[in-house]
Design a protein around this ligand. Sequence first.
Ligand code: GLN
Ligand code: ZN
Length: 759
Amino acid sequence: MPRSAVLGLPRIGPDRELKFALEAYWAAGTGETELLETARALRAANWKRAAAAGIDVIPCGDFSLYDHVLDTAWALGAIPSRFGALDRRSLADYFVLARGGDEHRPLEMTKWFDTNYHYLVPELEPGMEFDLRADHWTGPLAEATELGIAVRPVVLGPLSFLLLSKGLDRPLDALDDLVPVYVQLLAELAAAGATEVQVDEPCLALDRTAAELAAFAKAWPALAEAVDGLDLCLATYFAGLDPEVLGQVAALAPAELHLDLVRAPGQLAPALTALADAPTRLSLGVIDGRNVWAADADLALDRIDTAVAALGEERVTIAPSCSLLHVPHEAAREDGIDPEVRPWLAFCVEKLVELEVLRRAATPDADRDVLLSAARAITSSRRTSSHTNDPAVRERAGALAAGDYERPAPFPERRARQAERLGLPELPTTTIGSYPQTDAIRAARRDLREGRLDPAAYEDFIRSQVDEVVAFQEEVGLDVLVHGEPERNDMVEYFGQQLAGFAFSANGWVQSYGSRCVKPPILFGDVSRPAAMTVDWWRYAQSRTEKPMKGMLTGPVTILQWSFVRDDQPRAETCTQIALAIQDEVLDLEAAGAAIVQVDEAALREGLPLRAAARDDYVRWAVDCFRLATAPARAETQIHTHMCYSEFNEMIEHIIRLDADVLSIEASRSGMEVLDAFVDGVSYPNEIGPGVYDIHSPRVPSVGEIEELLELAERRIGRERLWVNPDCGLKTRRWEEVRPALANMVAAANRRRAAIGVA
Ligand code: GLN
Ligand code: ZN
């Protein structure tokens, strides 16, 4: 019969035990034993849970105290020389790579493919000598053996390890040096009792050159032949293998190949063809490891049946699409979620149960109607619910026409009318929205939540915060003010809580990096806006000043991107619904008198699909959704947008198509070089505020250095279209830093205004 497998399990624990143990250890510098004990207990609990659920293949070595890419670098001895001599048995030294030390900047961190998990980027050096320490895997292997649970070690493969690293011009040239170290690792794992090893090669599923594929094909046999009788499962996920790649992989005849059939169901048919005559077992990633929805069991079984028919049941494994690291622990605990919606959810614990149901249903002569009845009831409840089918929302989205995506006048005309209405000076100064989230603000929020503060008293408190932020901005001389966002904790949560179609878990945490976890809103239904969300606060803030007060909204793509999104319709459709809800808010702000509305799209770029072929479609609908949210604003209403990153090179034409009147971006750390993307080739026509103050650092920039950045920006963009603002919101900074930094920013703008043109 087919077997079931899990590629990886959540690390942080049902109640974020790992987070608290790590933070206690870091804070005190002691408690190593407690931390290691917590980690050991979490691993054991994971294995026992999976074993109790009946899972046949259970992972080990996927657990990490910080990050599995860091673990791999640490185990391989890929430690950059700038860290000097580190003791690889020392936990404290391990954390130096992750978090930095007195004299060391940590390894850079970046997003793990298109997830919200971040890994540490290994820094390789030419001629680096690798040197194996396998205890990251052999330790847990021994623990599991002690518990009587058979496990399969999970290793990040050499191709992906090298491609995810930086520092080498031709990273795959290092395969020759690295493969022997992997061979040694596999030998040690076999010696420690492993009979199978999962070799993760997610990079194989991205756009790969023929040379890269050839390098992989050359490296693989050495791994596969490392130990007689040790089976390797080549695991890919997050995207699909192209038919040619499937052919090449089949020729390598791995013992098992895992495919992500949730993200890329189209690869099943070519995979079955390619593997027809290979000995390879196919692992079908049919349960979504990236999302929180109960599986459509019949759809999954269709795929399983197809594979069993082609390969035979002994050559089929049933699995989640990828590691379950990216889903929270257990949905059943979420008793705060609408009882109609909660059964639609499957976190890790529920997905383990689903796997077992599928495995049983896939056995010959299984009574599927009995086995699947619960799953089918959930699928049908979700499909027919009024939450997922709001006729008013559907009618409105269905009636959209091309004109709904167009501002009422072209930019030059809007610009003239806005200039007349606003009367701003040259180089207008503003901020991105948030001001410091102080302890007092956090305490007030907590007191409100826990009932120590009544809503009226909380609102009084927030009003006092707005008063302070407005008074400060007046005093320091900013031109366009904001209310400071004291009432918002997480911006997506703030909007999600006021929109129909979103649910919030109490415990739905997933790891973002190290001990940091996020709890994304769950977008389960048709989205609409029952009532205005920000207008009262805007109106209050505007009443405290004569200067223009920006309305401050989060954009549809960002709300989509930072939520767990329903999977029963295309993301573009869901995003359109959000866009219409935001549009309602833009129009209400405008009607209340707002002359400027900012719609932040911090996550526009990170939504870019992993495979190039899918990107055009994404940017088309993502940009359309922003346009839809802002289009009906009158010509004299100035629409701002903000994006806090600085890689615009391939994006510029799409950024232009957003047609925001003013765009603020992160620019200070690149010394304004990011602006080159806005002037080379197709140049950006609208107004732009490149950040002149790096808000990621507590450092206060001097007037002189801001002035210099402004001058660099003027050279590139010209003074007429330039705004002056920080890189991003100020919520993570302290007032002691923000006050002088913004005073310096205004002073620098004044000096540039006084300067005659560009020197
Ligand atoms: N308006 C938001 C703020 O200032 C924007 C945050 C963001 O783009 N990440 O905090
Ligand atoms: Zn930002």
